[in-house]
Each structure stands twice: as structure tokens, then as C-alpha cells.
Design a protein. Sequence first.
Length: 582
Amino acid sequence: MEESRSNFIWDAIEQDLKDGVYTEVHTRFPPEPNGYMHIGHCKALIMDFLTAEKFGGKCNLRFDDTNPAKEDMEFVRNIEKDIHWLGFDWTGGLYYASDYYDKCYEIAEDWIKRGLAYVDELSKDEMRAYRGTLTEPGKNSPWRDRPAEESLDLFRRMRAGEFAEGTKTLRMKIDMASPNLVMRDPAMYRIKYKEHWRTGDKWCIYPMYDFAHPIGDALEGITHSLCSLEYEIHRPLYDWVVEKAQNMLPGHPRQIEFARLNMTQTVMSKRYLRALVEGGYVRGWDDPRMPTLAALRRRGYTGMAIRDFVDRIGMSKADSLVDLAVLESCVRANLDDTSPRAMAVLRPVKVVLTNWPEGETRTLTMENHPKHPEMGTHTVTFGRELYIEAEDFMEEPVRGYKRMYPGNEVRLKGAYIVRCDGCVRDETGNILEIHCTVDFDTESGTPGADRKIKGATLHWVNAEDAVAIEARLYEPLLSAEDETEAEQAEADEAAVADTEGEEAVENSTDRKLKEFIRRLNPNSLEVVRGWAEPWVKDSEVGTTYQFMRVGYFCKDPDTTAELPVFNRTVGLRDTFAKQVKG
């Protein structure tokens, strides 16, 4: 892969190094282990790891496990697999936010003693009302000026489990009149009686992301905290946390924001994706219709194609909407160079070569890739009865139709020129078989094969030894008219979660989810049974072929000894036109 283009983030880092602000570069990728990563996460993931590589630095993987209610080791393992699939490794080490729970608690007590934090007893609704609006300042909680000793005692009793969830919250004491709502005494700790999958029942209070995240960065020596643009408004809080805890932290990272990835007809909300899985609308997190990396991998996408996609769309601070066709173009370009060719017929109709001897077959040699002879060849048999695509025959052709119709000649890929003589129908009018005659002097590789004809070249399979296959044909989960649905949902949810709490996010998502489900594309999956060359049957799961004239298809784990299953990765036609709408 060619070296990625420069961008404003790398320019800023180069200036920091030149000015001596930092002497090395240390980044981190901080995913939440509460679901599978999707394509929207790739921009941050690739930028974090690639930045470390570019400057000869290190990148940490740190799981943000501050919400034990929805976290699971399954998600951790899949995130690790996704990172390796994209060609990266956490050279700076593997960490968890829970590694720093003791340090976070120590800092929290220190802040209470210094008058920088207090225990609040406002309800969620009261806290929201006290916060104010974008045009009106908030007002102080009646508990804001309680003595530090009292807040410290209450905080320790919160940790001891003496209070119910939602009754008390530890908040930072900043400025309720700040024009930035994020700075209006944000929450530091909430009570949550949920056993943590790593720390067990040691804690019943958990730090909020805006508090724990900058502390984790500083403790790990991160120099540049790269994040998406919705966190720009949180940067003053990030710096405030690091500054106020500086006496207990070894470093002071710099936060730099970039525009998140928004893509047409693609769900970018992890909460919506979870709802699709738990509601049975898809077959799991790795259903090939999903935008998760596990699903894209199962569908046949490659890590290199996704890296090329991220490089192609570039890094900026301006929001834009990327057409799905851009990603498909990158996948197609990658697979075109690496995928062996095979013939498969998905909607078959039988062809009978009436002048071909009964019981006779010939062995033909087919190239595995037209541009890469080093990929070798394979053989196919050719006999009296074949299958072609039903759409490759018209008894009464429309104008400009160059495929098979009575009186027309076509070339069968790698074999012979044949002339169509007509078809046989059953009593209901369905085509039973098409009758053709072979020009034996036009066998592929002989001088006669160069005879010029007006008809097209068609793919085919030999009926006698063709392998039955199941092909799963996918379309986007979101209809084209709803292509922007949920493109900003996860960004909005992050902002709400940090200012109003996770419960507000759940309530907001629940209100939108029913309408979202009603607008799902009912034609996102079509399953067809067809035939393919025998050599595809014994290939490994995950092998991707170009089924000639049909598309790129990847062998699915649902494959059985009796029935190979293939997922359509992407079609052959490149519709990459609109590119980026910004």
C-alpha cells in the first residue's frame, strides 16, 4: 500500500515535535467493549495506529470499560481481531480504563478536599433543569457549596454501597454559567450496582468517560489524543481534568479532533446495531448486511481495501457525507487484483447443444486470473448440457440485445461459438431448455476462435458436474431515500451521554428506534440457488472469487459439505461517481 497522504493532524504533530512540546509520539485507540466495531470506527482506528507508525512512536489499545452494564469479553476479542485484520498491533500495550479505577478514585477524593468536586443530590430531571440552555446560564445546585468534609464522607459512603442508584452523584465544580454546557459542573461518578466483568463487585460507583478518559491518557504518557469532531466541545473539559490532576499525573496530552465518518445508507449507531441484533432483524453482529468489521470481513471485504478507503476520503475538520459507492470502489479495486476467476450461474436455464455427441465431454483449461499468470490455471469440463444465466436469453430480443436469441451466435467463455436455434417451453410457458448448435471449428485457443461475431461472450457451467451453491445477495439495510438516517446518531448520543447521562440516551434512542425499524430495506437479502464450477467447492471458507460477469463472492462459514454458501461481496460495475458530498 502506498504511503498515506499528509493531513492537518500530522502537520500539527510535526510542529509540536519541532517546537519541542513533545519528544516522541504516543497515541491510543480507546474503543468501548459494548458491541462490535463498525466501519464508522475505522477512521479513528486507522488514524491512531497509522500516526504512531508514521512518527516511529507507539499506539496503545485501551478498552473504555466504564459502563459494566453492556460490556463483554466477546466484544473485546472481536475488537482485537478487527485491529489485527486491518494490519495493526498495539505496540504501546493493552490497557483498560478499569486499570485506573483506583487512581481515578484517589484523584476524586483529592478534588473533593481541594474544593474541586462535590456530592450532588439532585435527581436527573432536576439536574437537567438546573443546567440551563445554550442561551441561558445554569444555576448552582443547592448542594454545590456543602463542606468538603461532608462531600468526602458521602462519597466514601457511595463507594460503600449505602445509597440507591440515582440518589447521589459526584460532580466537578467548574462554572454553571459557562457558555459551554459541558463545563457546567459535569458528573464524575455515578452509582451503578452492576458487577464489572473485570473488577467483580469491588466497585458500585463508576467514573464517567469525560473524567476517566483524560486521566487514562495522561497516565499512559499519551502525547496526542485524536478523537472525532463531536468531542471538540469537550476539549476544555479534557484540559481542565488533566490540569487539575497534574500533581498526580505524569503527562499532559493534546486533544485534536477530526470529522467523523458519515456514509450513505449505513447505520453508524452502535445502539441501533445492537437493536437490530437483539430484535432478530439480522442474524447477528457479523451478518454481512451489517456495517461491523466482522460482517464486512465475512462478506469478503479486505482490510487493505478499508485502509485505502480511509486514505481516499482523507482527514479534515469539515463534516461530509461519503457515498457508499466510494467504499465499494475501493473493495472492487482490491479484489480485482487478488481474486481468482470462476464461472457460476445464479439463475440458471438449461442449454442443450443438439449437435454435441451424447455422453462426450472435453476438458478445457481456464486461467485463474487474466492479469496474473502466476496464479495458475484450472480445468473445466464441457458437454452436451450446460447452464447459462436466464437473463442471457430472450426469445424476442429488445433492440441492442447481443446475448442469446434465436438465430444469434454467442461465444461461450473459454469454449466455442454456438448458435441459438430456439427453446422448448412447458405447458405453462416456462422455458425448459434452449437448443443450440456448436461450431466445432471455434474451440478456444484455435485459429477458428478468432472468428468475428456480433454476439456477446457468456459464462456457463457444465450441467453434468456443476456444483450446487447458495448465493446470498445483499443490499444496504437502509433504503436509498433514508440514506442519511442515523448518520449522526452516535455522535449525538455521545454528546447526550456526557451531559445528561446514559439513561437519557436510552430514552432518546427508544423513541427513534421504532420509526427507524419501519424504514429498514425489506429487500436487503435475497437468497438464490445456482450452479458453479466444481473447483470452488473445496476452497477454504473466506476465499473470494470473481464469478465472471456476476460479481465478487466470498465463501461463507455456513457452507456445508453438500452446499457451498457464497456471499456477494460487491458487484462488478463501479458506480463510484458521487464520491463525497460536503
